[in-house]
Design a protein around this ligand. Structure first.
Ligand code: SF4
Length: 126
């Protein structure tokens, strides 16, 4: 069964270094990334809603992110930059490639999520 991913998590995955909102959250996120990277051809469904990463997040309040407006804005911007639509199915490696070329290499990452509390990590690696 394909995984549901928040589109903006495709950006978080690029710079993830084991930091996060809680130990449980980071352990889980690390596992999710490992599983996706082990089978990059697997299909994911991109949806602007809580996903497999949000599952163990302390900010997940009964299925809604406590920063809902902000993260949905990120999700929509990522979909737009990648030329994708909410609910689309795509292979993980194709999605990752689009994020890398159309957002990271295009230099628009901080225009999308520059107000995220983890921005300093991504900024230091760009
Ligand atoms: S619940 Fe919110 S803060 Fe937590 S992983 Fe999901 S989008 Fe990020």
């Amino acid at each position: 069964m394909e995984k549901c991913l928040r589109p903006h998590h495709g950006m978080c995955f690029q710079f993830y270094e084991g930091k996060g909102y809680s130990a449980d959250f980071t352990d889980h996120m690390g596992r999710v990334i490992k599983e996706l990277e082990a089978s990059p051809e697997q299909k994911v469904v991109l949806k602007a809603q809580t996903d497999v990463v949000c599952k163990n997040c302390p900010n997940n309040e009964g299925g809604l992110c406590s920063s809902q407006d902000k993260v949905i804005r990120y999700d929509k911007e990522v979909l737009k930059a990648c030329g994708l639509s909410d609910g689309c199915e795509i292979s993980f490696d194709k999605f990752t490639g689009l994020v890398k070329t159309r957002i990271i290499k295009a230099g628009i990452r901080s225009d999308i999520c520059g107000d995220c509390s983890w921005d300093y990590i991504c900024r230091s690696k760009e």
